[in-house]
Design a protein. Structure first.
Length: 502
């Protein structure tokens, strides 16, 4: 059976403990298709040492030359797009078309990072004081690390590594052990693009590797995406050690539907946002909030009809709307939340449990589920289910609907469906959520803005990608300079006073 290895600098030991392996499944068949090597603390230490050795020369390259490596990397990803998408799909279970989108949204950030010569320009003030000039520059942190989840095996690693490398850092990536092959292939493509040995390394692992990276004194920053409980723990552990940490957590995004909305378009958008990628997205739309009983009844009828037309199929099926979930354990977790919703008193309108695909009965498939009359007191509403389960919470007014999204522990994304500009403006001004869509069901910002939620959806002061990523992976140095002027005697007394601009 294939064993997926780390991508480490030349000379770094690749196998510390041959018994530490994790299974990688084919979600469509339920079979084990490979195993992945899990790093221990010694391998983490060796990788960090290699990264420290490689980073100064990489940082010393001018930004334009670093950008050229990223330009070549972008070209190679585009050349390999189809193969990468199929590889991603084979381990995650999302459709090949969805996998292409995963890669493309990461590639957008690579394109953004190619502009690093402009992005790291500092500021300059001539004549800030008598003969004094002041300028600032952005310096890399050194060795930084990224810890990424299974649900976006290409996009989120690219969100992290592109700005980190562009700004002159060495980067150690710890991807999810459930979907490790695409990160390995991306590292190979970066090497082909001309990235020096040791500047990027991929370490597979579990909690052992994660804690070793966080605790290592020469890892200066941690970028993390995962569940909120782990995000909070990573943030607390890293910041206690004086590190810079951005830790993105879970979500429970709401879609608010006003009576004047284009209901057919809203339903189409909601179905895609709720069930696409089997709901395994932090920007999925698992809660819909119709305003008014008439809106709720009309919406419910259209949702039931739309769900009946969804196709759950193999990842390679071009007509499939979504494929299997990532593991049998995750499917069981989703089904346990469906049962929880029933026991809490919600009305299960469509039950997706027990779904099988002929010829693939052992695959990790689950059909779409719809709940109505869900209330905020229910745990199934409070928690992130992370599967193809849509919950309807009815509201009487826009204010009540906004209050639901604002009061929830998660504040990643939210959407409103309406033709009323005034209502949309009120919604934007009052809802306490980090990313807002107006008639856009999955409001993931474009690459030159930044991605990040509020409340328990994000820990730290910097968001992912965009200018926030440049700030996160660099630190600012400000220089105040004065040059001696010939024939002008120094004022010795002034040297004992605090400098002023006067």
């Amino acid at each position: 059976m294939q064993v997926i290895e780390h991508v480490l600098a030349h000379g770094v030991t690749r196998v510390a403990d041959a018994t530490r392996l994790a299974d990688v499944y084919d979600p469509a068949t339920g079979s084990i298709q490979a195993q992945v090597r899990l790093a221990d603390a010694d391998e983490v230490n060796a990788a960090v040492a290699a990264a420290r050795a490689a980073q100064p020369a990489w940082a010393a390259l001018n930004p334009q030359r670093r950008a050229r490596v990223l330009f070549r990397f972008k070209d190679l990803i585009e050349r390999e797009m189809d193969a990468l998408a199929r590889l991603l799909s084979s381990e995650h279970g999302k459709t090949v078309a969805d996998a292409r989108g995963d890669i493309q949204r990461g590639l957008d950030v690579v394109e953004f990072a190619c502009g690093v010569p402009h992005l790291v320009k500092g500021q300059y003030s001539h004549g800030a004081g008598p003969g004094i000039d002041v300028f600032s520059l952005r310096a890399p942190l050194g060795v930084v690390a990224g810890i990424t989840p299974f649900n976006f095996p290409a996009m989120i690693p690219l969100w992290m590594l592109a700005p980190a490398l562009a700004t002159g850092n060495a980067f150690i990536l710890k991807p999810s052990e459930r979907a490790p092959s695409v990160p390995v292939r991306l590292a190979e493509l970066l090497a082909e693009a001309g990235l020096p040995d040791g500047v990027l390394q991929v370490l597979h692992g579990d909690r052992v590797a994660v804690e070793a990276l966080i605790d290592h004194p020469h890892v200066k920053a941690i970028s993390f995406v995962g569940s909120s409980d782990i995000a909070q723990a990573v943030y607390a552990r890293g910041t206690a050690l004086g590190k810079r940490v951005q830790a993105m957590g879970g979500a429970k995004n709401h879609g608010i539907v006003l009576p004047d909305a284009d209901l057919d378009q809203a339903v189409s958008d909601i179905l895609g946002a709720a069930f696409g990628s089997a709901g395994e997205r932090c920007m999925a739309l698992p809660v819909v909030v119709p305003v008014g009983e008439r809106t709720a009844e009309r919406l419910r009828e259209k949702l039931v009809s739309g769900i009946a037309g969804l196709r759950v199929g193999l990842p390679g099926d071009e007509d499939a709307d979504y494929g299997p979930v990532v593991t049998a354990q995750h499917r069981a977790r989703i089904e346990s939340y469906i049962q929880m919703g029933i026991e809490e008193g919600a009305e299960l309108v469509v039950d997706g449990r027990g779904f099988t695909l002929q010829g693939h009965e052992n695959g990790f498939f689950i059909g779409p589920s719809l709940f109505d009359r869900v209330t905020p007191a229910m745990r199934s509403y409070q928690d992130e289910i992370f599967g193809p389960v849509l919950q309807m919470v009815r509201a009487e007014t826009l204010g009540e609907a906004v209050a639901l999204a604002t009061a929830h522990q998660y504040g990643n994304g939210v959407a409103i469906f309406t033709r009323d500009g005034g209502a949309a403006r009120e919604f934007v001004d009052t809802v306490e959520v980090g990313m807002v869509g107006i008639n856009v069901p999955i409001p993931v910002p474009v690459s030159y803005h930044s991605f990040g939620g509020w409340k328990r959806s994000a820990f730290g002061d910097h968001n992912q990608y965009g200018m926030d990523s440049i700030r996160f992976f660099t630190r600012t140095k400000v220089v105040t300079q004065r040059w001696p002027t010939a024939g002008v005697a120094a004022d010795r007394g002034a040297a004992f006073l605090i400098p002023t601009s006067g």
